[in-house]
Every structure is written in C-alpha cells, then in structure tokens.
Write a protein that binds this ligand. Structure first.
Ligand code: HEM
Length: 406
C-alpha cells in the first residue's frame, strides 16, 4: 500500500472498475468516478448491474420493488456451499415480515437512548489509546485505536468476553468475504467457510451459557424475547449474533481507520476540527462520504424497473455503488476533496430503505469521539506508508497503519 496510488483506469470488461482486482481497494475512486460518468447503469461481465449515480442509488433504495434474494430464494452473491454460520439466515438476507421481526428484536439495543450508557465507556477507551500513544511517541492506528473502540463496545453490548477480541478480529475480517463469496477465489472462500463454522461453534456455546445463566446483555435479551414467544432457534439466534458482531466490528474499524488516515493526509481539516470541536459530527459524515468502508451492497428486482433511463428486468441483481454515489458531483461540489465544513452531506454509506444500517448511531458516536480526540490530543503525525496494509476483509478496511509523531 502506498500513499496516493492511482491505478490505471483501463477497459477490462469491467469498464475499468473491477471491484475484485487487488488494486481496486488501494484507490477505488478514479475507477468508480469513471464508471459513474461513462456508464452509470453498467452490466458487469458476471451478470449484476452496477448503479453508480447518487440519484439512482437513492431511488432504488427508496422506491424500487426489491428483495435481498433471487426469485428461487438463493443469494445472488453469497456462497451456496457455505456450511454453518451462513449469512443466508441473517436479517440482511431476509425480506418483509421475517426481516422486520429479526430487526425489531435487536433494534432496541442500538437506539441513541440505549447507547447513552456506553458514551463514558467510549471516552475511557479513547482516553487510554491517547495516553499510550503519547507515551510511545506513535501508534499503530488500527490495533491501538480504530479496532480497539468498536471491538470493546460491541463486546460490551453483546456481553462477549474482551479476551476474545483477537479471535473476533481474525474471524470477522475473514467472514466479510462471505457477502460476495460467489465472486472470490476458492481459497478465500474456504477460509471464509471455516471462519463461519468456528463462529457458529463459539456462539452456540455462548447461547447455551446464557440459557443456563441469564445475564444483562443483548444475547440474553435475544434468548428471552424468544422465550416470550417470538421463537428464534439456536442456529437463527447464533447467526444474528455473528452478523451483529461482524457488522459492528469490521465496518467501524474501517470508518475510524480511513477517517484518521484522511485527517492526517489533510492537516488543514484536522486543524479545523481541533479549533472547532462542534464540527466532530459533520466530520464523521464527511469521512463516511469521502472514504466509506463498504463500497457496494446489493438488491434484486422483483419486477422490471427503470433506473437511469434503462429498464432492468425482474430478477436483475443490482450492486449499489455506494462509494461512487458518495462522490457524485451532481450532489457534492468538488467531491474528491475532504471538507469537514461541507453542508448537506448526503452519503449512501449506510445503505437505505428497510435494511438501512441499524448500527449507524453507534458507529457515529464512536467515530466522532475518536476523531476529535485524535486531532486535539495528539501531535501532528506521519503515516509510515511502507508498513501499511489492508485487512483480510472484503471491505475497504485498513489492517495496519503505523504513524510517528513529529
Ligand atoms: C461505519 C460503520 C458502518 C457502516 C459503513 C455500515 C454499513 C452498512 C451497510 C451498507 C449495510 C447494508 C444496508 C443496506 O443493504 O441497505 C448495513 C447493514 C447493517 N448494519 Fe451496518 N454499518 C456500520 C456499522 C454498524 C454497526 C456498529 C452495527 C452494530 C452492530 C451495524 C449493524 C448492521 C446490521 C444489523 C445491518 C443489517 C440491517 C438489516 O438488514 O435490516 N452496522 N450496514
């Protein structure tokens, strides 16, 4: 990984934007910008259509007749050979009342009111990270900061032991590949399947423990809501827990990691935030827009639908290019520039419609505290680009980013 690589944008059947090419993750924006401007409703060589303009992405989320699965109930992206721990049974892969019921069961734990009690805990973790970094004269941003905050918070909410965080880090990065496993090499997919099985073993054991000894945590709440008559079997329960752990872990590491990188690379913006703490919330929105960890998600049309002047057929798979929509100049002036004072930010980084990310408030709360502390409490920093690496995740998430202070 280098400081500011610009991959060649050439025609390779993917209109120069192959999301599975290793170079894509380094800097996807030149390629995605070109795709959006030249072919905003693009049929890929592997079947799905890519939707890249902001207005079209928002329209599909809000208005299109869609499902998360194909007409035969199978997933358009996931691995149909996946063994235990499969996302096929996670709420993100469900529609209608079945989806609404699973979402309702966990939603309560992620409302701003319910999250109020962990605000102090977030500050404690951030504080510890600042203290250690100052003592050491630098930090490895992912391990010491970006990973530490969301991992501790999601463990706390779900009631999982913090000693297992290292194991979760490995599993969750591997498991994000399951979302688009159909398009990935066999060795990556096999590794992902193994992580799924290990996570299923782990969570089924955690559920057993709580059946014997209920606690004050989200896992116990899920078991108890089942006992109140909203029946969830052990496997269904375990997969919601696995999905939540992954969703609450990997993506937020991406937001805090990518955002911290952007603030170091744009010192004028870091200084602005330092001088104006009130900009912390808007900084989070701008970081979500400027460099989102989740570059695309999917929908399947249940009826023909017109998108950007093309009528796409029933059962068409749409990949919603969230990163491309976020950089659409029709909505944001000078979109490739980071501007934490930008007004009216409208990013698609949390998806939309019935499946809009339900952890968005938690992610926002963690990131705003993290960014403000980083710029106000630490000296100016230099990224050690030669030692940076992406994580094993399918998402745009840093795995390693050492920095040294001036
Ligand atoms: C910056 C951090 C995050 C990003 C960028 C992100 C992004 C996303 C995206 C793109 C989706 C799919 C939405 C759609 O298909 O329309 C999603 C769904 C979801 N996210 Fe997040 N997420 C983040 C943090 C979190 C956190 C902290 C949690 C908490 C556990 C979480 C839980 C979920 C869940 C449960 C779903 C499925 C919702 C459903 O199907 O109804 N996410 N997220």
């Amino acid at each position: 990984m280098t400081g500011a690589p610009t991959p060649e944008v050439e025609d390779d059947g993917w209109a120069g934007a192959n999301p599975f090419a290793p170079s894509f993750r380094d800097d996807p924006y030149p390629a995605m910008n070109q795709l959006r401007e030249k072919d905003p409703v693009n049929e890929t060589p592997v079947g799905p259509w890519r939707i890249s303009r902001h207005a079209d992405v928002v329209d599909v989320f809000r208005n299109a007749p869609t499902s998360q699965t194909l007409a035969d109930g199978s997933s358009p992206n996931m691995d149909d050979q996946d063994r235990r721990g499969s996302f096929r049974d996670f709420m993100l892969n469900m529609d209608g009342p079945e989806h609404a019921r699973l979402r309702r069961l966990v939603l309560g734990a992620f409302t701003p009111k319910a999250l109020k009690h962990i605000e102090g805990e977030i500050d404690r973790v951030v504080d510890e990270a600042m203290h250690t970094a100052l003592k050491q004269g630098g930090m490895e941003v992912v391990e010491d900061f970006a990973l530490r905050i969301p991992s501790r918070m999601i463990c706390r909410i779900m009631g999982l032991p913090e000693e297992d965080i290292d194991q979760f880090t490995v599993w969750t990065a591997a498991r994000t590949n399951a979302f688009f496993a159909r398009f990935l090499p066999e060795d990556v997919v096999e590794h992902t399947r193994q992580a799924g099985e290990q996570m299923a073993d782990y969570f089924e054991a955690q559920i057993k423990l709580r059946r014997a000894n209920p606690r004050e945590d989200l896992l116990t709440n899920l078991i108890q809501s089942e006992e109140k008559g909203d029946r969830l079997g052990d496997v269904e329960l375990a997969i919601q827990a696995i999905g939540l752990l992954i969703a609450g872990f990997e993506t937020t590491i991406g937001l805090i990691g990518n955002g911290t990188k952007a603030l170091i690379e744009n010192p004028d913006q870091a200084e602005l935030l330092k001088q104006n703490p009130d900009l912390a919330k808007n900084t989070v929105e701008e970081c979500l827009r400027y460099d989102t960890p989740v570059l695309f998600n999917w929908r399947v049309l249940t009826e023909p639908y017109e998108v950007g002047g093309k009528t796409l057929p029933e059962n068409a798979v749409l990949w919603m290019m969230l990163g491309a929509a976020n950089h659409d100049p029709r909505v944001h002036d000078d979109p490739d520039t980071m501007d934490i004072t930008r007004q009216g930010i409208s990013h698609a980084s949390f998806g939309g419609g019935a499946h809009t990310c339900l952890g968005n408030q938690l992610a926002r709360m963690e990131a705003s505290r993290a960014f403000h502390a980083f710029v106000s409490r630490l000296p100016k920093a230099e990224i050690q680009y030669d030692d940076c690496a992406w994580s094993e995740s399918f998402f745009r998430v840093l795995g390693k980013m050492p920095i040294e202070f001036h």
